[in-house]
Design a protein around this ligand. Structure first.
Ligand code: GTP
Ligand code: MG
Length: 492
């Protein structure tokens, strides 16, 4: 007997395999639990006393229209520790719930037509049968199980029709969906492999968007149970989705087009699909994108909920991303080398002042500190201080000062008549308010306004004589080396 699926279930549920069996009355819930315990659990129980106790506690099932299980039952009543291969230890318990009522069933009403009162572990007084079904289902799914089995039937055995089971099934599925716990709908049938049944299963999967398994519960084999557990495991949420992408993708800045498309696709896909059974949907959704060359699932581990997906990207994608980073499409090796060399020069400047740029933007001023390699050490000298001697070690460091200044430029063309000037100014003001870019790129006397203004600014800056800049530099040097905060008047 293979216990690998049970091992997975035990690992995923942290050693507490609690299965709540809910659904309509007379659908085969007790039969399911009895068979499951006899086939899957009891053979693992080595203690004779415990074995006999569990056997005594197995639920009863009965034929006919009369409801058999009238109060919820935990089987076994006390948790039982089971050890299977690889020293996997777990506790297992199934809960047999009071079924939701099919109106034509018998046993939920007293002779006078009032609701039969039943005992539950949750209230000291007995409560009406229908309440016990509803409250019991909620309590069992919420607090006493980590896997739910909803039992229903196609009406192929017993006294009730498929429409009668279906009405109840709709209510129970709705209730379970509200709990956000993994569950599977089991259609109990005498003909699980009949095309009609397979068709019903497919329709129900579409209708409820949950996993549906057709089983002949009375005759179900260990393989059937393993399959059911496997389907249930697929209903668990993915605990960790590892997308193994090339490391260059991981290192891309989020504002790059490729990375932002990548991030959007991943969050959209993982938002839509979050269960283990969705792993292949995730793969398909990622495969459909042009961002990747191949998308392969390398591992799905039901025991831990970890899914690994390996993604490869094409060289074309890589080249496009490199082009986006460099600011132009790279078509050949020469242009790539030229661009990279430009960047090397820019890198040098960035190393000198890059760290200061942000502060200059904010405060208008900063000093870029030199690299250690740029600090020049002078030859150590002997120092005489009265009768005593010391040494002097001097170093010079080139410091770059960055100052942000506002340079204004004015353009004052003469247009002609008052009307002509007014017409132009109205047009420009409208652009200024609504489409500043349009104004900036508009032409006056055959030249773009932005060029005219830029030329004005450049002319002002170029007009500063070199000797003034030299004096400015010398003055700042004095302030830094000797000034210690003292005020220095600069006379130009
Ligand atoms: N032929 C056939 N009969 C089944 C199957 N499953 C259950 N039955 C019969 O259906 C009847 C009801 O089964 P139970 O297990 O008592 O159903 P239940 O859901 O526990 O019913 P309540 O406790 O009354 O709500 C019993 O006679 C079972 O033998 C099945 O797969 N095939
Ligand atoms: Mg029962």
């Amino acid at each position: 007997m293979s216990n690998s699926i049970l091992t997975d279930v035990a690992t995923r549920t942290s050693g507490e395999v609690y299965i709540g069996v809910v659904g309509s009355v007379r659908s085969g819930k007790s039969t399911f639990i009895r068979r499951f315990m006899e086939t899957k659990v009891l053979p693992l129980v080595t203690d004779k006393y415990v074995y006999d106790k569990i056997q005594d506690e197995l639920p009863q099932s009965s034929d006919g229209k009369t409801i058999m299980t009238v109060e919820p039952k935990f089987i076994p009543s006390t948790t039982v520790k089971i050890t299977i291969e690889d020293n996997v230890n777990f506790q297992i318990r199934l809960v047999d719930c009071v079924g939701h009522v099919i109106p034509s069933a018998k046993g939920y009403l007293n002779e006078d037509g009032t609701s039969r009162l039943v005992q539950t572990p949750w209230f000291s007084e007995a409560i009406p049968f229908e309440d016990a079904a509803k409250i019991g289902t909620d309590k069992v799914i919420e607090s006493h199980s980590n896997i739910g089995i909803v039992m229903s039937s196609d009406g192929s055995f017993g006294e009730f029709t498929r429409p009668e089971y279906e009405k109840v099934e709709e209510i129970v599925i709705e209730e379970l969906k509200a709990h956000n716990k993994p569950f599977v709908l089991v259609i109990n049938t005498t003909k699980p492999n009949h095309p009609e049944t397979l068709e019903l299963v497919k329709n129900l999967e579409d209708k409820y968007q949950v996993s549906v398994v057709a089983l002949d519960v009375l005759k179900m084999t260990e393989d059937d149970m393993d399959h059911l557990l496997k389907v249930a495991m697929d209903e668990f949420d993915i605990s960790q989705l590892n997308l193994e992408v090339p490391s260059w993708v991981n290192n891309l800045d989020d504002d790059l087009d490729y990375k932002s498309k990548f991030n959007d696709l991943v969050s959209q896909t993982t938002g839509n699909f979050r269960k283990m059974k969705d792993a292949f949907h995730i793969q398909e959704s990622l495969k459909d994108s042009e961002l990747f060359a191949s998308v392969n699932i390398t591992n799905i581990d039901p025991a831990t909920g970890i899914v690994n997906i390996e993604i490869e990207c094409s060289d074309e994608c890589y080249n496009e991303v490199v082009g986006e980073i460099l600011g132009e499409k790279i078509t050949d090796k020469t242009s790539f080398i030229n661009k990279i060399q430009d960047f090397r020069k820019a890198q040098h400047v960035f190393e000198l002042v890059g760290g200061s740029i942000e502060k200059v933007e904010q405060l208008g001023y900063d000093i870029a500190f030199p690299k250690a390699s740029d600090i020049a050490l002078e030859k150590p000298e002997l120092l005489k201080d009265g009768a005593r001697y010391g040494i002097k070690i001097k170093a010079n460091a080139p410091m770059i000062q960055l100052v942000k200044i506002n340079v204004s430029s004015t353009f004052e063309p003469i247009i002609g008549s008052k009307e002509q000037a007014e017409e132009l100014i109205n047009h420009m003001v409208e652009n200024y308010e609504n489409e500043p870019d349009k104004l900036w790129n508009s032409e006056i006397f055959g030249r773009k306004l932005c060029d005219v203004i830029n030329d004005g600014i450049r002319a002002k800056v170029n007009a500063i004589p070199d000797n003034v800049l030299e004096k400015y530099k010398n003055s700042i040097e004095k302030v830094v080396n000797h000034g210690r905060g003292g005020v220095i008047a600069i006379v130009l």
